[in-house]
Ligand binder design. Structure first.
Ligand code: CA
Length: 665
């Protein structure tokens, strides 16, 4: 989520808690609770509730027979316990029951809450559920493993929304809009093209990045199937799956099991699952589960006691406080262990502090060294947290095992995100060459890259390409197809497809980790809607019939991905190797970049790869050393194992295209 500011925020801008600034110091003095049994533990001695609420004057557990529309059948008084907690127990296993907590604070009973650690919830996430998680595991779950990833740069990330992938009639998918959509094999368009999981396999991506899939606030789970669509950047229950993606939101075990089945099916297809996590703010302010358990503690505030708002959504969380940092760390660990999640994408990561992000990465690596973490290295508004402590893009080299999105390459290749008509390198606008080169070297220091000429960042902020996610399109802003349509008025679709191929060729051959938005490979669009967070399926759903119509575009993307995966030269992890092995050629024209990746970089079988990007509308002649070259890409075509051969010399690079040559000796 970026610069969406208030438009995408569903949460109430409720009256803020009148709270003095000195409360920040008070919160810092709260004891943290380090036990792993927070809120609910079921064991042989019974059912145990432990709520962290240091300032509560009293606390209760309410037990319910159903997820809604029923009165409490029991109310348990909780007793004050260690480290700010309250406890209550029942000497039996209450599987099948639902519960909420209620806290008395400042002389007043607050509204009921399922707590912050509800791992299973009923309809709309209002009541937590007591279920036996062993019963939610698909067959073979104990043996389930995601793909091994040595370095994040080996990943090819495909960002998607559950509904986008399956809702359109041409998907041929039965469980439309559900987790189960990605468990269906053999789905086809009417023209016979693979869709869903088979499509992902055919394309060759290594990981899907699923938009928020924890329980969010905006879609009414009691009214399905409505035309309810939301990206889900409005968190409600961080540790339970979203109900509208399940076939039965009222049965708490169903959403858990179905999400696991999705993960298992993707893993069986060799594809990892990255989850988009949004710990930086909650949908509600005073009414959030954080506020109803420990009022004020989990959020930052302005000097006047109002909620500070670096998220642009009405509040921001306070990762510098111990119990909040622990919450983030333990929550991602839970998803990694219980759901076998392979990676995490942190929304507005710069709202969090670098120390917490370091803990996130190191704790996840202990669970599974293949897990990787990346995020948006920016905020959507001012934050009281000191800039030096924020997990900003500019601070990425201070963190361990964290990557950030490169808005440098994004805007330089296709034009500025906030100005629809603006063009970039791939659409013929001069002046972006140096910033594209920043992208090519993964934002690391390079003797031939002048960062002072960068459009966005003015210094080499990455100490390794493994800290950089390269992209030209994501769920935010105009997707690439719409951006090209808006910035190339009067153009033919073929011209725009050609520009898209050039743009993505720059991304996928650059050092760093490539990332793409779902459906671009078949040139789908979103009808020019730049902020489709709650647009109907008619805007967001992928029309799979485009795969047949634009088969050439799909084949290009598939070959581009295959090229990257087959050649470690595109996937260096050491900045000094990048500086040594990448050599830029002097060129006279604007909108032209020519460089080589030399020295069998990163163990590549190819001694040298020559890459020329021509973003201009004119053919350009370049001189290439005489050698036995394999032609990998020319004139808008690309084949990972070669289109033909060349002896080098003076070669013409067609307008808006990449020339890629390779030689083994
Ligand atoms: Ca929900």
């Amino acid at each position: 989520m970026k610069h969406r500011l208030f438009t995408a925020c569903i949460g109430a801008m409720a009256a803020t808690i009148a709270m003095a600034a000195e409360s920040d110091a008070r919160f810092a003095s709260f004891p943290a609770y380090e036990g792993s049994d927070l809120e609910l533990l079921v064991d042989s001695s019974g059912t145990h509730f432990t709520l962290w609420s240091p300032e509560a004057e009293a606390a209760q557990v309410l037990l319910y027979p159903t997820d809604r529309n029923s009165a409490a059948e029991d109310t348990l008084a909780m007793l004050r316990a260690e480290s700010g907690t309250w406890r209550a127990s029942v000497p039996s296993r209450l599987y099948g029951k639902f519960y909420t907590f209620r806290v008395k604070h400042a002389g007043r009973w607050l509204d009921e809450t399922p707590g912050v650690w509800a791992k299973a919830v009923g309809t709309n996430g209002k009541r937590a559920a007591i279920i036996d998680f062993a019963g939610t595991n698909p067959d073979g779950w104990n043996e389930d493993r995601g793909p091994e990833v040595k370095n994040i740069t080996d990943a090819v990330i495909y960002e998607m929304h559950h509904r986008d992938m399956s809702m359109h009639p041409t998907s041929g998918i039965v469980h439309k809009g559900k987790f189960l959509a990605l468990t269906e094999r053999g789905t086809r368009t009417p023209e016979g093209e693979a869709t869903g999981i088979d499509h992902l396999k055919e394309l060759g991506v290594t990981h899907v990045h699923i938009l928020p899939s924890y329980d969010y606030n905006s879609v009414d789970e009691a009214n399905l199937p409505s035309n309810g669509y939301n990206w889900g950047y409005d968190p409600q229950n961080y540790n339970a799956p979203e109900g509208s993606y399940s076939t039965n939101p009222a049965d708490p075990a169903v959403r858990v099991r179905e999400m696991k089945e999705m993960v298992k099916a993707l893993h069986d297809a060799g594809i990892g699952v990255v989850m988009d996590v949004v710990y930086n703010h909650t949908a509600e302010n005073d009414g959030s589960n954080f506020s109803l358990t420990a009022p004020g503690y989990y959020y930052r505030h302005n000097a006047d006691g109002s909620y500070s708002d670096a998220s642009g959504c009405g509040n921001e969380t306070a990762s510098e406080r111990r119990q909040m940092a622990d919450f983030i760390v333990n929550s991602v660990k839970y998803w990694a262990k219980e759901y076998h999640i392979d990676g995490f994408r942190f929304d507005l990561m710069a709202i969090h502090d670098t120390a917490t992000m370091d803990r996130v990465a190191s704790e996840l690596k202990k669970i599974n060294p293949s897990i990787f973490v990346y995020g948006e290295g920016w905020t959507a508004g001012a934050s009281p947290l000191d800039a030096g402590r924020r997990a900003l893009k500019e601070n990425v080299a201070k963190m361990q095992g964290i990557a950030v999105f490169s808005d440098d390459i994004r805007d330089a290749v296709k034009g500025h995100y906030s100005n629809a008509a603006d063009r970039g390198f791939a659409t013929g606008k001069p002046g972006n060459e140096e910033t594209v080169k920043i992208g090519i070297v993964g934002s690391t220091a390079h003797p031939q890259v002048d960062y002072s000429k960068g459009n966005n960042s003015k210094f080499a902020y990455a100490s390794s390409p493994a800290q950089i996610i390269n992209y030209v399109s994501c769920h935010d802003d105009l997707m690439l197809t719409d951006k090209l349509a808006a910035s190339m008025p009067g153009s033919m679709p073929e011209q725009r497809m050609r520009a898209a191929r050039l743009a993505q060729t720059i991304v996928f051959t650059s050092q760093g980790t490539p990332f793409m938005w779902s459906g671009e490979e078949i040139f789908r669009d979103k009808k020019g809607v730049h902020n489709s967070y709650k647009s109907p399926d008619s805007i967001n759903a992928i029309d799979w019939s485009l795969k047949h119509a634009n088969r050439g575009q799909f084949d290009y993307y598939r070959e581009l991905i295959a090229l990257r995966k087959a050649h470690p030269a595109f996937r260096m992890t050491d900045a000094s190797e990048v500086a040594r092995n990448i050599v830029f050629d002097k060129v006279a024209q604007p909108n032209l970049i020519s460089y080589s990746i030399k020295n069998h970089a990163n163990g590549d079988e190819w001694k040298e790869i020559k890459i020329v990007f021509n973003g201009s509308g004119e053919p350009v002649d370049v001189k290439v050393p005489r050698a036995d070259w394999i032609v990998i890409a020319e004139d808008g075509r690309l084949k990972s194992d070669g289109l033909g051969t060349s002896r080098g010399g003076r070669l013409t690079v067609a307008p808006v295209s990449a020339l890629i040559l390779a030689r083994t000796k």
